[in-house]
Design a protein around this ligand. Sequence first.
Ligand code: NAP
Length: 247
Amino acid sequence: MKDIVLVTWASSGIWQATAIKLAEKWYKNIIIHYYKNGKWIKKTEDKLKDLWAKPFVVQWNIWKYSDIDDFMEKIVDKYWTIDIVINNAWELGPYNNLEEINMDEQEDLMRTNLFWPIYISQKVVNILKKQNKKWHILFTSSIHWNPDKWWEEKCIPYCISKAWINNLVWIWARNLSPDIRINAIAPWIVETPIWDEDTEEEKQYFIGRTLIKKWISPEKIAKGFLFLIKNEAITWEVLYINGGFRP
Ligand SMILES: NC(=O)c1ccc[n+]([C@@H]2O[C@H](COP(=O)([O-])OP(=O)(O)OC[C@H]3O[C@@H](n4cnc5c(N)ncnc54)[C@H](OP(=O)(O)O)[C@@H]3O)[C@@H](O)[C@H]2O)c1
């Protein structure tokens, strides 16, 4: 597969599993980004090499937009293009009630969850629109985006950031069609390191809210990304992979 894929935050969890899944399916040119976790990204890199892929590891700081500008220049020099972007960063807290949320914390969250993915998507769109080709941007939303299904009393900014991501998908998919497809996956609890410190009772509560009565593995979400990538009829879609989550 000649497509050039960029997977951001590929040092663990869903995005690491997605980079690996794509390499298993013969996507060989995979750019993997990390911010802090150099030791873990090495694991992703080694795994991709075992699968005969050619990973290109990049690091940038989400607080510095200029890092992303430099990165984009490097990518254009090395590959000329990007075909698929798997995008997002995330923060869950602050967990206070709405009326108590500290604005600095809220700004941090919005910058991580929203502004940064918007910035990188903008850069990619601006470069690639000139190239007159078909390509695809994917985001990671969450079941938390939808107040009809689930609304956390705590972590309200997180819920809002995911609703915003979905709206970005729906608006951009229209605006950038037909050349660019935009989709997202909205998971319920996925077994990634974020939950390592939760108690057994909390974990059982998460599992108990699903119909499948088990954790969703990162690989299941990775398979969802692969499905969206492969099916060129899908755009403007937020795909739930939530184990039959019931509020
Ligand atoms: N896990 C779930 O249960 C779940 C459920 C619904 C939605 N989601 C969504 O799925 C996406 C991926 O989740 P995940 O559980 O796979 O992620 P993860 O394994 O916790 O994190 C993946 C990487 O993201 C970076 N990262 C994580 N938190 C960060 C923060 N606060 N600030 C900066 N960097 C951070 C780290 O990379 P570096 O090493 O580069 O710093 C980390 O290795 C997120 O958008 C999340 O909202 C997850």
